[in-house]
Design a protein around this ligand. Structure first.
Ligand SMILES: [Zn+2]
Length: 79
């Protein structure tokens, strides 16, 4: 990981942001309180995989792995 141009949230801040994303809440930067967070993939894409969130203002970023079990709730009717 290069450090140039990329700032990471402190662990406590990253946890706040990740928790908000998991709860599908509006993402607000825990560092500068800007409600403009670039999320990759798009917010509507809840497929499993790596989720990256970067603040458009202060440039801090956090990422986590979205697990399939969270992304796709089991359908009890399926079997
Ligand atoms: Zn920020």
């Amino acid at each position: 990981m290069g450090r140039r141009g990329i700032k990471e949230y402190r662990p406590a801040e990253a946890l706040v942001l990740i928790a908000a994303d998991r709860d599908h809440k509006v993402l607000v930067c825990p560092s500068c309180n800007t409600p403009t967070i670039d999320r990759t993939p798009a917010l509507t894409d809840q497929s499993a995989g790596r989720v990256s969130m970067t603040c458009a203002k202060c440039g801090r970023s956090a990422s986590y792995l979205l697990r399939a079990s969270l992304a796709t709730p089991e359908d009890p009717r399926r079997q």
